[in-house]
Design a binder for this molecule. Sequence first.
Ligand code: NAD
Length: 462
Amino acid sequence: MSPATRIINPATEQVIAEVPIGGVEETDEAVARALAAGPAWQAVAPADRARLMRRFAAQVEEHAEELAQLETANVGKPIAESRDEVGMVAEVLYFYAGAVDKHRGATVPVSGGVDMTFHEPLGVVGAIIPWNFPVAITSWKVGPALATGNTIVVKPAEITPLSAVRLAELALDAGLPEGVLQVVTGKGSVVGTRLAEHPDVAKIAFTGSTEVGREVMARASGTIKRVTLELGGKSASVVFADADLAKAAASAPGGVFSNGGQDCCARSRILVQRSVLDEFLDLLADAVLAWTVGDPTDPDSKMGPMVTAAHRGVVAGFLDEGMGAPGGPVSAHTTGAVPDGPGFWYPPTVVAPADPDWRMAREEIFGPIVAVIPFEDEADAVRLANDTPFGLSGSIWTRDSARSLRMARAIHAGNLSVNSNSSVRVQTSFGGMKQSGFGRELGLEALSSYSEVKNVFVSTVD
Ligand code: NAD
């Protein structure tokens, strides 16, 4: 029998499935099938390719509850979040089905002839997926890759492969040809590395940590692969004294603790203008204590457990260390409640006022801990917000619209919201600046990351 990964439900600590550990051989076989499937997939008439993608989306809708339950059991995320994310998967597939025949080339004014451009598919795409949003992030890569005529091999995170495996089955049920969308389960260091180095893989679409992204980029350079990287973050929510403080505080837990803080867009720093710090912290404490942590299958739970015991240990380590401020330990300002019994629980925690130089205020925690840091004025807020190697996301809370635009232009991050913590929409581009990565997913922008512009000049000179 081939070796298998035991998949654990992080809320119950029970084994819920066993999944094969693919190796180099399985990866190579999948890439060979994807390569062979390419020409026929590219020859499918655009309207028919769009139709197949819509059927795929309809399959997802038909199996939405099954997929959501699978995601919740595997990742430990609240069922309400899983349902939203599966809904997004269908929406992504419909969006890119609609884009199949709208991703047009151009005619370019030149002398001596006619010049035109084509958007050509890249070939085989390798998609490497993290464990925090397995099914949603898979769809962000599958949608634009298939719409532009590529075939795709998906490598889910070793600990959360179940929804991607099911998604590929639904694609076949919808009528997508064999080999167009495949999933290879296994270790990143084996399957992921092989995809990054494989000579027949034209592009790696990677989402994960900055550390692994750096390695993937280096390995992909051997064959000059196209690479897009969606990496980590240390995003700031900036709250000015003139903001609707009640709204900013009530929204804050959702901005940092949703998915247990295991979110690349988590606003794990809240910068608050000093004159309203105490008022804001009181309001925030109420909101955090109302952020219920519990059984993720309960629709009223707002937060589930950490994904593994090991990850909970990493999160806890940040607090222990981060609290060792010069002059002695500081205690958390607010700590939420967690259930007893099995499950990798960690409470929502507010540290305030935090020093911007503490490790917890500088590195990605990927857990439910937020550092509240005071600032003096707008210039100070910009300096603190940008004082990070990351640049993924962030929020600006103010009633002054001119200030909101000045801040939005000054903060170096790919996705900002004003008076909101929303980061991701199907129709709008998503991606990072600085060490949060490059390339854009979602929106029409993603199509250009999965295609190559070819220029053709036709002489009209006799
Ligand atoms: P990770 O980097 O450990 O793993 C991501 C994926 O890469 C997994 O599938 C893993 O198996 C694979 N992998 C591991 N080593 C590899 C290697 N040497 N070569 C190729 N592939 C390899 O990340 P994670 O712990 O699964 O996810 C958390 C990280 O993902 C966080 O840093 C988070 O910020 C980031 N993330 C970013 C976004 C975004 O869109 N910017 C979204 C979600 C998560």
